[in-house]
Each structure stands twice: as structure tokens, then as C-alpha cells.
Design a protein around this ligand. Structure first.
Ligand code: IVH
Length: 690
């Protein structure tokens, strides 16, 4: 993400529509990547995400001058989470291009034929596209020594201990090649997912959204015991780095090897020479996608012959020799019982559909956002209508539109309420704005959602401060804004929580959590305050540059905008926030209640001497810097970039001990200077190589 915003700020190009749209798409895609891969909480259905990537690719194809080397259209997944040790993939873990229908599948087939010689006679292997989480498992001399997630394709996360708990994955393989990297998908069988949710509900917990996110969440756990309790399973479908094994020349041989080594291989794989059979396989599985006890969201078609694969090669994001035929989003019809409006912390009033519960796309849907007044009008959905509901195998459902033929003749178009459902003050929609707002600062709905956001994981991370407690605190008048949280006494909390039939331990825990939250990094506080347009990356940049809330509040728009990667919209929003008298009061309250507003990890206010320079660091550094990660942080803190791979735009490759040969070779090939720690130190101090 950091990458992204920095890039947006440094691309030099005349503003034009394509440029603006590409920039917007990159930011959206990066945010979705982070949510999907990094947090296991997707923001939009897969189909919508795919559409964004495709639009960006189309712009970049039309306007190669707008393509960037780190565009999400050429990169994969998301940056690895810092909670796990990074693992560099020697052979990158790539993504797949999508075909959204048979026409696009045919177009891929045409491209394959064009790329091969007439005598090549391609064969195709069809596999199911498992909706889980890709992992790479490494065996050295037959011993499972490491397992990593895909991460951004180049660097993944070390999940070895968790993978060791997955049934079907051997810990030791006799007769394995000296080095063997097995790649495949970790998934949660649907029956295990259902059982888990039954237990979850019986214990009073919230149900998990779907098997994919649950599998990803279960694998990316600090505690392997949690993973072990989840019944995860695995399908292997590819080899990564292999040495000292048999020569493999086709997918058939790959699967035969995997099977002979005792790795789970999916039984539905089929090979065809005639492309009509490939199409039929795809169509067939579309019709029976719910038959298996695991979720699938398409079919992966690959060229079977490995020499032919090599001939076609890959783009930096995906191989040309494979394609994912994606199933269309599923649609079901149900009744729209009513349209309600919810008010969030910014005061935005969002209409949403209350639906007769319906099972679609892998989970039961009973509510769906309708976004804003114009969307409801455009769809003309009315309370009482039968409506089409869609879910692209993901968490966010959508009301597509009404089934007009089934409409009650007496039904009337829905009209947006005039007053706030929470505080009854007038709702306001300004000219040119699609959204409607409640402007009351004291609106309980706004205050409650503001506090819940403040206490959330990415902000002040106050465990135990859930929706019900917040509602109790606000309704009883104990908390009017986030500043009041830190002045709460144990007795006040007891009043709210005991009325809620809870006990003293809960109150003690909550008191401790509130206490601990006084010492969160400044960037988390900035996020918690809910400043419009300010995401985690920008918050981190601003925190680093200014070092304290006080310094930010004293800065003017120009000073904030001077940070590389911060645009005028964010800068203005931050300045507006701190000049608002209500916000100033809240900040004063936080300060007088002992909340630290000046904690920044690492260096602050460092000169931006590496803007526009990309410095790759490889191997382990044990001289001046404590670790490679710290060196990277120092580069980024100075406005530079530190990606994981060498390209022609790399300014320098810094090499530590035991560095891999591939980056060195690449640097040599591209004429990129290869330097050591001494030069790195100079780079950090003066911004350039001597
Ligand atoms: S092959 C270079 N085969 O889809 C090819 N991927 O969108 C890499 N996936 O990251 C993958 N089922 O998580 C392959 N039978 C299958 C798959 C599969 C699911 C996932 C995998 C990959 C993603 C790409």
C-alpha cells in the first residue's frame, strides 16, 4: 500500500482522464488486495475486483506510457503481513488471468495457438479452481522444512507450524527429490465449515462468513493449535523449485509424481486434445459447482506440455499458458421485506435492503447495502418486491434489481427518509453529492459507530469494547465521544456490563484494554479519529513526518501535502479535521486522560532524499543495520522504495551475506550497481551512491 500511494504521487504525467482513472483503479485494487489477502476480509465480490483489474489492464494496454512496474495489473496478491516471518519465493507464485465467459476462453485458445508452432498440437489439462489459499511447501531431503503463503507472489508469509497441522500433508516423504517445493491450495471442506459454524453459534459466537475466508484466517494464525482445530485440507497442483528429482515434462507427470509422493491430488483433473472438450468441462462444472465438499469458483485450464509452457512464457503477473475460467456470480430471488437506513460515524445515511434470508453464493444473505438514494431509484426496488440477489462466492451481497412481473400493482417507489432514524434530526443531501448525511454531532448512531471504529483492530485495538457495550455506554450518557472512554471508572463500566448480565472479569479485562490503548502509535490514533480519506499508509506517513498530534494540528495544508505520496485531498481533509473546534475538544480530552499522541515507531521527520529511487536489499545484513527489514524501512522512510526484485528502474542492489544468485545475475544483466552495506549507509545518509 505504501508503495502505491508513493507511486501515485511520483508518476510524472500530464493529468488526463486515463491517468486519473488508472490512478484511482490502482488505489482501489491495492486496498482490495490488502483486504482480501492481508486481512482475509474482502470488501467486494471477486467479480467486481476482477473487473477493476481488467479495466486497469485495458488502460495500460491502450496507454503503455501509464503502465508502472509495480501496478497491481502486473503484481500479485498483497504485501505480506508483518506478523509472520517473510519467505522469499525463489520461483515466484503467480496469479492467473481470467476468462469471464466461453468467448474469452476461446480468445485465450486462439492466443495459445498463435504462440505455438503449427506442429505443436497442444493438449490441455483442466483442473477445478479451488477457492482457498495458495501455499508453497518445501521439503529438503524429504523433510517438510518450510511452508509459506503466496503473499505478493515474491515474498510470502511463513506458516510452517500451521501447515504441519493440516491433514493429508506429509511431514516426511521417503524418496523425495533433494529439494521439492509443492504448491497447492489449502481449503476448508464445506461440511467442516458448517460444523464449525454450528459450534460457533452454540457458543454464542458470530458465524464465519464463508469457507475461503475461514481457511485463510485459520492458516494465518499465530497459534498452530487454532489451525489444528479447524480441519483444513489441501490439494496439490504444481511444483515450485525442484532439484534432484526425475525430469518432468508434462502436467500428467507432475501429478503422477505428486501422487506417488503421497500428496493429495484432486480426482477431477482431466486432459483433452480437443478444445471443444475443454469448453464442455467448464460448462459442466459450472452446472455442478456445488457438488464437491469444497468450494470452487471456476476451472483452471493449462497447457499440458511443459516445453510448450516455456515457449509461451509469462507476464510479470501471470503465465500465458494458463487461464482461469471463472464461474459467473450466482443469483437467487427473494423478497425485499423493507428498506432501512443506517447512519455511520461520518453521518452518512446508507439505505440497505432487509431480505427474506436466502442461501446464495455459499452463505445465507439477509441484508444488502443499496449504497445511496440514486442507486435505489435507478434499480427501482420497492419494499415488498421480489428481487434478484447476487453474490460472487464472497461476503458482500448485492441486490441486482426487482422482478417487475411479480410486483404488487399497488406498490410505490421508495423514498429516502427525511429524518435520521437514530436522532431524528433532518437528513441533508447537498447538490452534486450522491450521499445523504445526518449532521448532528451528538447523533447516537454516529457516536457509537465512531467509537467502534476507534476501538477497532487497526486503530486503538481495545479488545472487549464491542457493539453492545458501546451502545450501553452511549445510551447511559457515560460516553459522548472517544475522549470520554479513557475517563471511565470501573463502577461505570460495571453499571453497563452488569446490566448486560456479564461479570466483573469482563470489566477488569476491559479496563486493562483501555489502559493499554493509551500507548498506541500515533498512526493508529490518526486512523481511530476517523479523518476522511485518511488510510493506514497516509496515516503512517503523516505520523512519521510530524511525530505528534500537536505538530500535525499546527501544520498547514501545504506542509502536509509536501509529503511525497500525500495528495491535496488527504492534506485538506487532515487540516480541516484539526481546525474543527469539536475535534480539538476531543483531542484535548484524550490528552488530559493520558492518551499518548506522539508515539512513532522508528525514525521521524527524516529528509526525503531517496524519492524516486528504488533500492533492492537482499541477503542478511548484520553490520550497520540490525536486519534487512530495518534497512528497507530506512529507505522507505526517506521516500525511496525497496521492492523485492531487481528491474531496470532499480537504482542499486544491496547485497548482504548469503544472498541468492538470481538477483545478482539480474542486476548484472541490467547494469544495476551492486553494492554492500557501506554504500547502503551512504545512500541512507546522502541519498545517492558515491
Ligand atoms: S495454478 C501459475 N491451479 O488461483 C499458476 N491455481 O488466481 C498458478 N487456484 O494463486 C496457480 N485452484 O490460489 C492453479 N487448480 C489450480 C488452482 C489454482 C485454485 C488459485 C491459486 C492461485 C490463484 C490464481
Amino acid at each position: 500500500m505504501l508503495f502505491w500511494l508513493a507511486k501515485v504521487g511520483t508518476v510524472v504525467n500530464k493529468p488526463d482522464q486515463d491517468y486519473d482513472r488508472a490512478t484511482e483503479l490502482r488505489i482501489q485494487i491495492a486496498a482490495h488486495d490488502q483486504a482480501y489477502h492481508g486481512l482475509d476480509e474482502p470488501l467486494v465480490p471477486d467479480a467486481d475486483y476482477d473487473e477493476l483489474v481488467r479495466e486497469l489492464i485495458a488502460i495500460e494496454e491502450r496507454r503503455p506510457d501509464l503502465a508502472t512496474s509495480d501496478s497491481p495489473s502486473v503484481s500479485v496478491g498483497s504485501e505480506p503481513n508483518e506478523m509472520f516471518t517473510p519467505v522469499e519465493h525463489e520461483v515466484p507464485m503467480m496469479s492467473l488471468d481470467n476468462a469471464m465467459d466461453l468467448k474469452e476462453l476461446d480468445a485465450w485458445h486462439e492466443r495459445i495457438l498463435k504462440g505455438l508452432d503449427a506442429s505443436d498440437k497442444p493438449k490441455f489439462v483442466c483442473e477445478l479452481k479451488f477457492d482457498g489459499l495458495a501455499v508453497s511447501i518445501r521439503y529438503d531431503d524429504g523433510e517438510l522444512i518450510q511452508a509459506a503463503t503466496r503473499g505478493n507472489g515474491r515474498v510470502g508469509e511463513d506458516v510452517t507450524h500451521n501447515v504441519l497441522t493440516i491433514r493429508g500433508i506429509p511431514h516426511r516423504i521417503d524418496g523425495a527429490p533433494k529439494i521439492l517445493e509443492v504448491r497447492g491450495e489449502v481449503y476448508l471442506p464445506i461440511s467442516d465449515f458448517d460444523e464449525l459454524n454450528r459450534q460457533q453459534l452454540a457458543n454464542g459466537g458470530a458465524p464465519f462468513a464463508n469457507p475461503r475466508n475461514t481457511a485463510a484466517g485459520s492458516l494465518r494464525q499465530k497459534d498452530p493449535e487454532v489451525t489444528a482445530s479447524r480441519n483444513l485440507a489441501f490439494w496439490s497442483y504444481q511444483l515450485g523449485q525442484v532439484s534432484g528429482g526425475p525430469v518432468i515434462s508434462s502436467s500428467e507427470e507432475t501429478f503422477a509424481l505428486l501422487e506417488s509422493l503421497g500428496l493429495p491430488v484432486n480426482p477431477e483433473i482431466q486432459e483433452f486434445s480437443d478444445f471443444a472438450d475443454v469448453r464442455e468441462f467448464c460448462e459442466n462444472w459450472m452446472g455442478k459447482r456445488h457438488e464437491p465438499d469444497y468450494e470452487i469458483d471456476g476451472v483452471v485450464v493449462k497447457l499440458a506440455d511443459l516445453t510448450q509452457r516455456e515457449k509461451l512464457g509469462s507476464t510479470s503477473r501471470a503465465p500465458r499458458w494458463a487461464i482461469a475460467f471463472k464461474f459467473p456470480p450466482e443469483e437467487k430471488i427473494t423478497r425485499l421485506m423493507k428498506i432501512d437506513v443506517s447512519v455511520g460515524r461520518t453521518g452518512r445515511a446508507t439505505p440497505f435492503a432487509v431480505l427474506e434470508p436466502i442461501f446464495v453464493g455459499g452463505s445465507t444473505v439477509s441484508m444488502a447495502t443499496l449504497h445511496n438514494e440514486d442507486q435505489v431509484a435507478a434499480k427501482d426496488v420497492r419494499p415488498g418486491d421480489m428481487v434478484v440477489v447476487r453474490k460472487a462466492g464472497d461476503v458482500i451481497p448485492e441486490v441486482v434489481g426487482p422482478v417487475v412481473t411479480e410486483r404488487d400493482t399497488k406498490s410505490e417507489p421508495w423514498s429516502f427518509p427525511k429524518t435520521c432514524p437514530s436522532c431524528s434530526s433532518a437528513l441533508v443531501r447537498s447538490d452534486g453529492d450522491a450521499n445523504t448525511y445526518c449532521l448532528s454531532r451528538t447523533c447516537p448512531a454516529r457516536v457509537e459507530t465512531g467509537i467502534i471504529h476507534f476501538a477497532s483492530r487497526n486503530a486503538l485495538d481495545i479488545e472487549g469494547l464491542g457493539e453492545r457495550t458501546v451502545r450501553g455506554l452511549v445510551t447511559q450518557g457515560l460516553v459522548r465521544d472517544v475522549g470520554d472512554l479513557f475517563g471511565l471508572t470501573k463502577n461505570q463500566l460495571l453499571e453497563v456490563l452488569v446490566a448486560d448480565a456479564s461479570n466483573e472479569t469482563l470489566v477488569n479485562n476491559l479496563m486493562t484494554a483501555i489502559n493499554e490503548a493509551r500507548e498506541r502509535p500515533l498512526s493508529n490514533v490518526l486512523i481511530g479519529l476517523g479523518i476522511e480519506h485518511l488510510g493506514p499508509t497516509a496515516a503512517e506517513m503523516i505520523a512519521r513526518r510530524f511525530g505528534s498530534v500537536e505538530a500535525i494540528a499546527n501544520a498547514d495544508v501545504a506542509e502536509i501535502e509536501a509529503i511525497d505520496g500525500i495528495g491535496p485531498v488527504i492534506a485538506q481533509s487532515v487540516a480541516d479535521f484539526f481546525s474543527d473546534s469539536h475535534n480539538q475538544l476531543v483531542i484535548d480530552k484524550l490528552k488530559s486522560n493520558g492518551v499518548r499522541l506522539d508515539l512513532v515507531d522508528g525514525e521521524t521527520d527524516v529528509p526525503q532524499i531517496l524519492v524516486g529511487r528504488s533500492v533492492v536489499v537482499t541477503g542478511s545484513l548484520d553490520g550497520w543495520f540490525i536486519s534487512r527489514e530495518e534497512a528497507k524501512k530506512a529507505i522507505v522512510a526517506r521516500g525511496g522504495k525497496s521492492p523485492g526484485s531487481v528491474s531496470k528502474s532499480t537504482y542499486a542492489l544491496v547485497v548482504g551475506a548469503e544472498a541468492g544468485q538470481s538477483k545478482l545475475d539480474k542486476a548484472e544483466e541490467l547494469g544495476v550497481p551492486v553494492v554492500g552495506e557501506t554504500e547502503l549507509r551512504l545512500l541512507i545518509e546522502i541519498g545517492e551512491l558515491p
